[in-house]
Design a protein around this ligand. Structure first.
Ligand code: UDP
Length: 238
């Protein structure tokens, strides 16, 4: 029998790449719809859900900077890419009847709400999904750090990181078949072993705020709700 969830409020971080499906860049509508359906299932469990979506499927500041663009300028372009993804996810969620608000760290009042912490909490209390767009609003940061920051501000019970594999491995299991899979790790394990989960500032921020990180496969249909019920495969970092 499925377990009821003990989570009251969570933040899910989805990378831009997770929205590409089999495409080389951009948004794959079927993939976005599948993730939206999973989010809808979790909302139906009574969990308050917020999201941070990356922008790597559209633009990554660091790679543009490598080809000669000013890093800060490139990072602002990356943040704008996350707003496009947030609007795409909002459309997919509202299509299946899940009320959603987008709040951007870079104010753009005719497109979405500005980020207001207390307002975001209120939205979630009313059962709305809140998507935090434009990362932290600052260049030289990542959406992983934005996810840890917003999860701490929202006093979430956990930060969920939806990846392409079912947890944290000692190496990329798609390239190294003998890679070891971990059930549990400490924040320090991740930092000292330099495991590719989230960047170091996101891990440190989570550690300082005793925010558990749960890593699971966002590509597996229904995995988000399963994880919320303590079922399925995932790695917990605490
Ligand atoms: N970005 C930024 N500040 C932030 C968050 C993101 O400058 O607080 C920029 C940065 O250029 C980054 C891009 O937005 O490369 C997209 O975010 P990220 O690479 O984290 O997306 P993901 O890898 O999760 O798709």
């Amino acid at each position: 029998m499925p377990q009821p969830t003990t989570y009251k409020r969570v933040l899910l971080k989805v990378s831009g790449e997770a929205l590409m499906g089999r495409r080389d860049y951009g948004l794959d509508t079927e993939t976005v719809a599948a993730i939206a359906a999973d989010i809808g299932d979790v909302v139906a469990l009574g969990v308050q859900v917020s999201l941070v979506i990356g922008g790597g499927n559209i633009f990554r500041g660091v790679s543009a900077a490598a080809s000669g663009m000013d890093r800060a300028q490139a990072d602002y372009m990356g943040m704008l890419a996350t707003v496009m993804n947030a609007l795409g996810m909002q459309a997919a969620l509202e299509k299946i009847g899940v009320p959603t608000r987008v709040q951007s760290a870079i104010p753009m009042s005719s497109v979405c709400e500005p980020y207001i912490r207390r307002r975001a909490i209120r939205h979630m209390e009313k059962g709305r999904v809140v998507i935090f767009a434009a990362g932290t609003g600052n260049p030289f940061f990542t959406t992983d750090t934005a996810a840890a920051l917003r999860a701490a501000e929202m006093q979430c019970d956990a930060l969920l990181k939806g990846t392409q594999v079912d947890g944290v491995y000692s190496a990329d299991p798609r390239k190294v078949p003998e890679a070891e899979r971990f059930e549990q790790l400490t924040y320090l394990d991740v930092l000292t072993r330099d495991l590719a989960v989230m960047d170091a500032s996101a891990i440190s921020l989570s550690r300082e705020n005793a925010l558990p990180i749960i890593v699971f496969n966002i590509r597996a249909p229904g995995a988000f709700a399963q994880v919320m019920r303590g079922e399925g495969r995932f790695t917990t970092i605490f």
